[in-house]
Design a protein around this ligand. Structure first.
Ligand code: AMP
Ligand code: ZN
Length: 115
């Protein structure tokens, strides 16, 4: 999986603005932010997406990192949206499991847009 851009970020081979890191996960700012705060949390080990191959400790670490990222980015009080685009119908574009943490301005109701 050496061609995977998020694996390359996890290995420090391409630059990223790292917000948080621990044993299982690393969080970095999205290169094309869709809000004032847009940070991605990824497992350090490659998994294409959410599925039965992902160990529960990795899933736990991904979601345990969310409030830490929110605190670091200053949106813990104002709130934020947590999104996982999982697979083709969700328009996942990078096939390395990741969690979006998006905030910094008020969003509209609803989460789903059909193209
Ligand atoms: P998704 O559409 O859920 O697969 O989201 C992939 C996200 O990865 C998009 O928001 C991209 O802007 C972001 N992205 C792609 N390449 C990079 C990169 N090198 N550094 C940071 N974010 C990236
Ligand atoms: Zn990867």
């Amino acid at each position: 999986m050496s061609e995977c851009v998020f694996c390359m970020i996890a290995r420090g081979e391409i630059p990223a603005k790292v917000v948080y890191s621990d044993e299982h996960v690393i969080a970095f700012d999205d290169i094309a932010p869709q809000a004032p705060v847009h940070t991605l949390i990824i497992p350090k080990v490659h998994y294409d997406r959410m599925g039965p191959d992902v160990p529960s400790e990795v899933t736990c670490a991904l979601f345990a990192a969310v409030p830490k990222v929110a605190e670091a980015k200053g949106v813990a009080e104002s709130g934020y949206r947590v999104i996982v685009n999982n697979g083709p119908d969700a328009m996942q574009t990078v096939e390395h499991l990741h969690v979006h943490v998006i905030g910094g301005r008020r969003m509209s109701h609803g989460m789903v847009n059909f193209g």
